[in-house]
Ligand binder design. Structure first.
Ligand SMILES: C[S@@+](CC[C@H](N)C(=O)[O-])C[C@H]1O[C@@H](n2cnc3c(N)ncnc32)[C@H](O)[C@@H]1O
Length: 308
């Protein structure tokens, strides 16, 4: 099979901001097609990378691609929420950098077995890998209307959440929704044509985030990363939607503060340990050129913090 790899987003920026030194160990927590790992291993000849991906297909492809780097590259098929335990098993107790390039890759979106996008007919699964316990069809076929609405509203920021949830309940009275096309057609029935694409993206995104518990995994990996980073170690995160970016921003802000604020009683603010220094006040975004070459990069936001 000929593989077209996912195009790594903001690659040069990641290399520059991770600022990897010889003999350091860094984690690429979202290996995907291995584009960022390859760029980093090439840029710094003595670097070692431990990479994670929840998707066994991604791990297998990237392992093959990165074979030339020998034992400088190790790939683990696991959700990055278990980063700390996986690294402990390898005897790795400190890191000099961690990269997170969140979401799914173009290879996963294009894969007709995974069902991540309404643009392709596929079974309604949306599982990143075996660590995801539910499938998308279980969610849309069994969840009460109110909960579905909450998922679309909170995880997709979809204004027509109620109307879409109701349409799904009506539709599933006839027969369960088992494919991406059946779900997309159900949404299209209640959303005007000119808004349909945006609503479809938001609904699919919401279900994917829910199925894979993506926001909780992100919170866990950020917390563990700070503990594992050695002083001067960098945390580089690329996010693709505002829910993720908000978590990253708030987390960096909290860890960069020297006290816990009390909004109404400022005199009660408590001192705390500052563990991070924010290196990007505003997130970095791809250039127009990069977006023209790789439209998927358009919503990317990169934030960097350093362990103090
Ligand atoms: C945007 S892609 C990364 C692409 C990669 N940087 C490259 O250059 O090819 C995100 C990858 O992270 C993986 N992923 C997302 N959430 C994950 C999680 N919680 N644990 C492990 N892997 C995850 C996805 O399976 C996907 O392969």
């Amino acid at each position: 099979m000929v593989h077209t790899y996912h195009h790594p987003v903001l690659l040069q920026e990641c290399i520059q901001w991770l600022n990897v030194q010889p003999d350091s160990v860094i984690v690429d927590a979202t290996l995907g097609g291995g584009g960022h790992s390859e760029g980093l291993l090439t840029a710094q000849g003595l670097l070692r990378i431990i990479a994670f991906d929840a998707d066994p297909d991604a791990v297998e492809t990237a392992r093959e691609r990165l074979k030339p780097f020998g034992n400088r590259f190790t790939a683990i098929c696991a959700n990055f929420r278990s980063l700390a335990t996986e690294l402990e098993k390898l005897g790795v107790t400190s890191l000099q950098g961690l990269l997170l390039d969140l979401g799914v890759s173009s290879s996963q979106l294009d894969d007709p077995t995974k069902g991540f996008t309404y643009r392709r007919e596929a079974p309604l699964l949306m599982k990143l890998g075996p660590s995801s316990v539910k499938s998308a069809h279980e969610v849309v076929n069994t969840m009460p209307e109110e909960e579905l609405k909450q998922i679309f509203f909170q995880l997709g920021e979809e204004k027509n959440a109620r109307r879409i949830a109701r349409a799904i309940l009506e539709r599933r009275k006839e027969a369960p929704l088992m494919t991406t096309t059946q779900l997309a057609d159900t949404v299209r029935k209640v959303i005007p044509e000119r808004f349909a694409k945006k609503s479809l993206s938001r609904v699919f995104q919401a279900i994917r985030i829910y199925v894979n518990d993506e926001l909780d995994s992100l919170k866990t990996v950020l917390r563990d990363a700070v503990t594992l980073l050695s002083p001067g170690g960098r945390l580089v995160v690329i996010s693709y939607h505002s829910l993720e970016d908000r978590i990253v921003k708030e987390f960096f802000r909290f860890e960069a503060a020297r006290q816990i604020e009390n909004k109404y009683y400022p005199e009660l603010a408590e001192p705390k340990e500052q563990r991070l220094r924010m290196l990007t006040r505003k997130p970095l975004t791809p250039s127009d050129n990069e977006i023209a070459e790789n439209p998927r990069a358009r919503s990317a936001k990169l934030r960097v913090a350093e362990r103090v």
